[in-house]
Design a binder for this molecule. Structure first.
Ligand code: DSN
Length: 413
């Protein structure tokens, strides 16, 4: 029955309201984004690009998609944008198809060092279709070592180098990557999915200045709807990219999502958005400091961005999987995560990844993240003590009560 679905949606709304959300790639969108994404635009087919469609009745859709493209270009100071990719992986796939032939060589960041599945994992289309080689982070510092990457690039001679990560807590120097790519005659693609909000706010180097192509999702720090975008300054590449997206890998664009992307870009141009992004970083630093004070080992010993990686195995002898489960029981959601040189598997892991974008949206400031850090520490160190876990559940609930998220009637009931 349809009603069951709406009951489940409502339950999920309650779960989001009643949980401290620390998954670094998640966020809470505005009501305007929810409204655009839940709109009648879902009814429309619009294969093609604005003003060159394969269906009639696209005159309004053309205006909406053009608006999204123009806003994306303005926000990231770039000449061309494709806003149609259904996801970050689809954006990456389209770029590979635009730039590469099957089996071409690509150099990207190792998954357990912080990379992404679509950057060449053997389990993903990327690793199956192209010959990926990977660079690691430094064994001592766990940070990117540009000399090592350069040496590897000279050896591999890739056609494409990918910069960008899913769990790297430090700034990435895209200018250095550009120099390496130029030296070996490779294209440079930056996947800025995690840090797109920080880039939009001017708090991280803008990869559009250095890369041939930049891909991103719109739903992480950027706080938009779930989806992808592709940006470039190259007038020839944009043609190839547009063709790779449609008809290459996708059919009809999701125009309701594209409208929501336009809302997201508008929101990101607001001064409040810069304040929000600054607070994300402040909160991540505080959470990191508290956990360090509590004796936890943090990968790279700190963070420059919205996330941190806790080495739970070295800190308290707990796998990431166990830590994720313990925290989930007291109302804190995070994800187990491989750490550099992790001897375990992605399903077990030696650590957890904690991100501050979602709870910063909700209104958490530094003092709240001090409390979050203390709760996490107590919970993980006393995982067998039921009474302490019960007390911590109450502390989680008290924190959440101060910052309501979606109210009754905000969403489909
Ligand atoms: N890898 C996911 C994450 O960062 O959570 C996104 O694809």
């Amino acid at each position: 029955m349809v009603q069951d679905i709406f009951e489940l949606i409502n339950k999920e709304k309650n779960r989001q309201n009643n949980t401290i959300e620390l998954i670094a790639s998640e966020n809470f969108v505005s009501k305007n984004i929810l409204k655009a994404q839940g709109s009648v635009l879902t009814n429309k087919y619009a294969e093609g690009v604005p003003y060159k469609r394969y269906y009639g009745g696209c005159e309004i859709i053309d205006e909406i998609e053009t608006r999204a493209i123009e806003d994306a270009k303005k926000l990231f100071e770039v000449k061309y944008a494709n806003v149609q990719p259904h996801s970050g992986s689809a954006a990456n796939m389209a770029v590979y198809r635009a730039l590469l032939k099957p089996k071409d060589k690509v150099l990207s960041m190792k998954l357990e060092a912080g990379g992404h599945l679509s950057h060449g994992s053997s389990m993903s289309f990327s690793g199956m279709d192209y010959e990926f080689h990977s660079y690691n982070v430094d064994k001592e510092t766990n940070m990117l070592n540009y000399n090592d990457i350069r040496r590897l690039a000279l050896k591999v001679k890739p056609k494409l180098i990918i910069a960008g990560a899913s769990s790297y807590p430090r700034k990435i120097d895209f200018e250095e990557f550009r120099k390496i790519a130029d030296e070996v005659g490779a294209y440079l693609m930056v996947d800025m999915a995690h840090i797109a909000g920080l880039v939009a706010a001017g708090l991280h180097q803008n990869p559009c200045k250095y890369a041939d192509v930049v891909t991103s999702t719109t739903h992480k720090t950027l706080r938009g709807p779930r989806g992808g975008i592709i940006l470039t300054n190259d007038s020839i590449l944009i043609g190839k990219i547009n063709k790779a997206v449609f008809p290459g890998i996708q059919g009809g664009p999701l125009e309701h999502v594209i409208a929501a992307k336009a809302v997201c870009f508008e929101e990101a141009m607001n001064l409040d958005f810069i304040k929000y992004q600054k607070q994300i970083i402040k909160n991540a630093k505080v959470l990191c400091d508290v956990l360090k004070m509590e004796g936890f080992k943090i990968v790279t010993n700190g963070t420059d961005n919205h996330l941190l990686l806790v080495d739970t195995k070295k800190s308290i002898g707990m796998t990431g999987k166990e830590a994720e489960n313990v925290l989930e029981k007291i109302g804190i959601t995070c994800n187990k995560n491989m750490i550099p040189y992790d001897p375990t598997t992605p399903y077990i892991t030696s650590g957890i990844r904690l991100g501050t974008p979602a709870m910063t949206t909700r209104g958490f400031s530094e003092k709240d993240f001090v409390e979050v850090g203390k709760i996490i520490s107590l919970s993980l160190k006393n995982s067998e003590n039921k009474q302490i876990q019960e007390e911590l559940k109450i502390r989680v609930s008290n924190l959440l009560k101060k910052y309501p998220l979606y109210e009754e009637g905000d969403l489909h009931e």
